[in-house]
Design a binder for this molecule. Structure first.
Ligand code: 2IT
Length: 447
């Protein structure tokens, strides 16, 4: 493959889509050597084909707010690749959502889902709807209107959405109810469902748990231990919450979390009741972390600053794309941070990743480290097909010992460099690519 030509085409074909270009460029740069050693991929134009989503559905979502005013939002579903299984990926409701955001997320999802070992293709969707400040009734009306259109394009064997930023149990419930009403079917068309109506144990914790299991693999590779490590998390949502729970259980100390308004530092560690409170704070949907310091005496709120200035051994970005830049990376390195586990999707800028790798900090990309979330969604699909519900222990064991262990091993297999440093970005991209690419070749020129 001619990387210069591909990047030029990518940029020309996707004007105004910097996130998609960033995500795609990273994959191109890290798989180029591997692809060039295996000419079958060029023969079948696999890389070029992967740069184009199979389908993008874009639609209007109208709903009536509590004052009786008509509101108009945009809805999307990007169906990126179906080679190894039905499209699978979350829905994001956030005012900054554009087609670019969802194209980058769907692209990443294809590689991530391939890494999980489960048969899932890649997709992503959502809306520029902002759940912040909306009543339950408004959120329900929005979700019903959104699903009325989306249901034409999804199904348990075609495309199975789930949650992401701004879409949690409440939104999945409203959307599932509407799908059921329109189709008259109680099927596994969404994941992240309630435990009483088809959901899977561990799904709420899975992204955070999985990232910590992946971190354990990284530590082991460095003959290092998790116990006593200082950890800084960004965000205080579902992902950071799951990570905090598992970190506490394994004896690490979470000293900071953050929100859009600033960060909280707590040298006593964020444990027990404080972790429970993260969830309560999220449910208020006020998008602030400051109340945490009012509630717990040991906590201090630092307004408007990024959490990466807090000294730590391990940093886990758990909020949103590009939340950690080159300046932050340099500060982390200076303060002695040894591990960065990207738990949000593309949480680090390309420049930040380059800084970390140059300094030989162990860096895990989101598509490997945060794959536990979608993986347990995959297990929820399996349970729905079986008409069974597995125990917590069964799901957790599968997540830890089969899925996250396999992803880590694959990253090492394809990412280990001659000096022993593991380039997890390269490892994840190559391993994720192989399975999808080989499936595409086997299935002929169909997408
Ligand atoms: O980014 C992600 O992997 C998710 N938001 C989870 C997707 C899913 O289908 O569970």
């Amino acid at each position: 493959m001619d990387i210069k030509k591909l990047v030029a085409e990518l940029e020309a074909k996707n004007p105004g889509q910097p996130l998609y270009i960033q995500a795609a460029k990273e994959v191109l740069e890290t798989i180029a050597d591997f692809v060039n050693k295996n000419p079958k991929y060029d023969k079948y134009a696999i890389v070029e084909r992967l740069l184009e989503p199979e389908r993008i559905v874009k639609f209007k979502v109208t709903w009536v707010d509590d004052k009786g005013k008509i509101q108009i939002n945009r809805g999307y579903r990007v169906q990126h690749n179906m080679a190894i299984g039905p499209y699978k990926g979350g829905l994001r409701f956030h005012p900054a959502v554009t087609e670019d955001t969802l194209k980058f997320l769907a692209f990443e999802q294809t590689f991530k889902n391939s890494l999980t070992t489960l048969p899932m293709g890649g997709g992503k969707g959502g809306s520029d709807f902002d759940p912040q400040g909306k009543s339950d009734a408004e959120v329900m009306r929005f979700c019903q209107s959104f699903m009325t259109e989306l249901q034409k394009y999804i199904g348990p064997e075609t495309d199975v959405p789930a949650g992401d930023i701004g879409v949690g149990g409440r939104e999945i419930g409203f959307m599932y109810g509407q799908y059921k009403r329109l189709r008259g079917q109680h099927v596994g068309v969404l994941t992240g469902k309630g435990m009483e109506w088809g959901g899977s144990q561990i799904r709420p914790e899975a992204t955070g748990y999985g990232a910590v299991y992946f971190l354990e693999g990284m530590l082991k590779e460095n003959k290092d231990k998790i116990k006593g490590k200082r950890v800084v998390l960004s965000g205080y949502g579902n992902v950071a919450w799951g990570a905090a729970l598992k970190l506490e259980e394994l004896g690490a100390k979470v000293v900071a979390i953050s929100g859009p308004d600033g960060y909280i530092v707590d040298e006593d560690g964020i444990t027990g009741k404080k972790i429970e409170y993260m969830d309560e704070l999220l449910q208020t949907r006020n998008n602030v972390v400051e109340p945490f310091a009012k509630k717990f005496k040991s906590a201090t709120f630092v307004k408007g600053k990024k959490v990466w200035e807090v000294k730590c051994d391990i940093a886990m970005p758990c909020a949103i794309q590009n939340e950690l830049d080159a300046k932050d990376a340099k500060l982390l390195i200076k303060n002695g941070c040894k591990y960065v586990v990207e738990t949000s999707n593309m949480g680090c800028t390309a420049e930040a990743v380059a800084e970390l790798q140059k300094a030989k900090v162990a860096f895990a990309p989101g598509k490997a480290a945060n794959a536990g979330g979608v993986a347990v969604s995959g297990l929820e699909m399996s349970q729905n097909s079986q008409k069974l519900q597995w125990t917590r222990e069964e799901v957790d064991d599968y997540l830890k010992n089969r899925i996250m262990a396999s992803i880590h091993a694959n990253c090492v297999k394809y990412g280990k460099e001659t000096d022993g440093y593991i380039n997890y970005v390269k490892g994840a991209n190559i391993a994720g690519f192989i399975k999808v690419a080989d499936a595409m070749i086997a299935q002929g020129i169909a997408y």
